[in-house]
Design a protein around this ligand. Structure first.
Ligand SMILES: [Zn+2]
Length: 87
């Protein structure tokens, strides 16, 4: 049994873009352009949230840490020096 053939509902499109109602290629192009814009906006907001929620580095004081591997190496070196005090 074949699925019933459906035709796109032009009502929603007519509400959003009355000038393009029924022009599905134009509506799809517009939808893709808007979606690309929203994806870009989402990425920028995610980066901003990451910046705002990042913690200050105890070693370099930057937020976020400028060079995590270097700062980690510095912290380890400091810990080793504390464990083995100079004579
Ligand atoms: Zn750091």
């Amino acid at each position: 049994m074949n699925a019933p053939v459906t035709t796109p509902d032009t009502t929603a499109a007519a509400v959003v873009e009355p000038d393009l109602a029924g022009d599905w290629p134009a509506l799809l192009t517009l939808a893709h352009v808007r979606m690309a814009g929203l994806i870009q906006e989402n990425r920028e907001l995610r980066d901003e949230i990451e910046q705002l929620t990042a913690e200050y580095c105890d070693t370099c004081g930057a937020r976020p840490c400028v060079n995590p591997s270097f700062c980690e190496a510095c912290r380890r070196a400091d810990q080793n020096r504390k464990r083995r005090p100079r004579r």
